[in-house]
Design a protein around this ligand. Sequence first.
Ligand SMILES: [Zn+2]
Ligand SMILES: [Zn+2]
Length: 224
Amino acid sequence: MPSHFRGHCLDCGHEWDGLRWRIACGPVDFQKPETYRGYFCPRCFVDLYVARQLSRSSWLRWVSENASEITRSPLLFSACELGVRVDLQALGVISRSPLLFEACERVSTILAGVRSRYVPVRIDIGTMACPDCGDQMRIACLETNLLACPKCESQSARLIGEHHAEIVLVDYFPLNDGEVRRVILHLKELAEHPEDHHPNKMLALPTSECRGPLWDWELDGSID
Ligand SMILES: [Zn+2]
Ligand SMILES: [Zn+2]
């Protein structure tokens, strides 16, 4: 979820309005900070929140729900001169963010080390580099840390105000179903325990005709 913020640099006095991105990886309860680990980039104003504990079953359900905008509501679009206004919550989908995609791959890989689908596992994806600027992300969040000032570049700016942006202007392009299916299958395959890995079962998913493209047989209980 994005929000507009106002920043103030303690070094040069510069004040500016910026857009801050919050990206959740896995089911994260923002009311309970102990349930996730926060990473942030002070230069790009991006926060990534990764669930600290997950079972493969809850993870795959989350992946299915977050691979496509179709599963999200409300999905608000309205055309205007410069592009499209979109409800940015709808853009918090896995394949739209290289950062989220990489975090998801790491979570899947950790879950592949566990046999049970239902036992919660401790998740630690290690350190992350910011895909936009290449810097190492800090393990913290924007509220408690200093930001990089866009004018003098010193890391001595802080948040002085914030409000949530419901809808912002983006250069929107729709995701196609094939892409969505590839993301789901890729993360699902990565999360499989090696001894439970059945490639034929995986390949059966996208060609099934009687279910929608996002139908998940495993979550449906059809596969055991
Ligand atoms: Zn960055
Ligand atoms: Zn400054």
